[in-house]
Design a protein around this ligand. Structure first.
Ligand SMILES: [Zn+2]
Length: 92
């Protein structure tokens, strides 16, 4: 009987965490593992930096292309999930 353990291991890991290092145990402070740029405004800024899809975030130019593709795919999946959930709610 370890249902809690199963759900914990199945929980999705934020892909941004693989490409950043958390600083001082502060979830708002991250360092890009490729260009070593610091972010103190949360992991979403790090991910914007890696995807290069936000006008306020300077895109990373040292990371491999597959990282950008993975992050963009992940973001798209999340958006699809939210859209599907909203649709389901509307139909109820
Ligand atoms: Zn970077």
């Amino acid at each position: 009987m370890s249902e809690a353990g199963v759900s914990a291991t199945r929980r999705e890991v934020d892909p941004g965490r693989k490409y950043g290092i958390m600083l001082n145990n502060n979830s708002n402070s991250w360092k890009c593992i490729y260009c070593k740029k610091y972010f103190n405004t949360g992991i979403s800024c790090l991910k914007q930096h890696l995807r290069g899809d936000h006008r306020n975030a300077k895109a990373c130019n040292l990371y491999p292309l597959h990282v950008r593709e993975e992050l963009i795919r992940n973001k798209q999946m999340k958006e699809d999930e939210i859209a599907a959930r909203n649709l389901a709610l509307q139909e109820e």
